[in-house]
Design a protein around this ligand. Structure first.
Ligand SMILES: [Zn+2]
Length: 213
């Protein structure tokens, strides 16, 4: 067994207006040191149930009996493992996402809940077939994405995400949640609904100011 290692807590107060800040480099290695057992014998090959199309190296864990295990002061394994109301037995959980969302939670001081974390490749395909708009190569499939529900205003939340999760974070704005993911290249924030446009514009401004693109 390996231990949870979460390094660093953001203690600086959040700025009230968008400043020009240089975001820190975030650990690019998603290899795990979470206190969770690895799965054995699951179907992880191309196109199979637990396939990771991004080849992130985030392992597939066996959460049997461990869904309630705390991964940080704010989050349990099931928070990152579930999509909707069901918690699967097997899930990928990116330790970097656990760490940076924990720091985002510390920095904003507002409660956060995860609406959707890991989705198996098969589950994501089912969502797509149902016409529910999941991306073909969603980072949820890698365990490197979370849809976060919080009362934190978009400017404050986006600043915290780019500072704590780095400038290769993906950031999506929905009327109900913020999508946050970790990838290996920057991406312009996107919206999930026309009604999110004003908040999306704020997120894009934050990205330009914090990340310079
Ligand atoms: Zn999402």
């Amino acid at each position: 067994m390996m231990m949870v290692v979460l390094t660093g807590c953001a203690t600086q107060p959040m700025p009230s207006t968008t400043p020009v800040i240089k975001a820190p480099v975030v650990d690019p290695t998603p290899r795990q040191d979470l206190l969770l057992p690895l799965s054995t014998g699951q179907r992880e090959g191309p196109g199979e149930t637990y396939f990771d199309p991004h080849h992130t190296g985030v392992p597939l864990f066996d959460l049997k009996g461990r869904a309630n295990m705390k991964l940080s002061p704010w989050f349990r394994a099931k928070d990152f493992a579930r999509s909707g109301h069901t918690t699967p037995r097997y899930a990928r959980i990116d330790k970097r996402l656990v760490a940076c969302l924990t720091r985002v939670r510390d920095a904003t001081g507002h409660t956060m809940s995860i609406l959707s974390g890991y989705r198996s490749f098969a589950h994501n395909q089912n969502i797509r077939r149902a016409g529910e708009g999941a991306a073909k190569s969603s980072y949820h499939i890698s365990g490197s994405a979370a849809d976060v529900v919080t009362s934190t205003p978009v400017e404050q939340f986006a600043i915290a995400v780019y500072l704590e999760c780095g400038c290769n974070a993906g950031f999506g704005v929905s009327p109900r949640f913020y999508h946050v993911d970790l990838r290996n290249h920057p991406v312009t924030p996107w919206g999930y609904a026309a009604s999110a446009a004003p908040r999306l514009a704020i997120a894009r401004k934050v990205q330009r100011n914090v990340c310079g693109n």
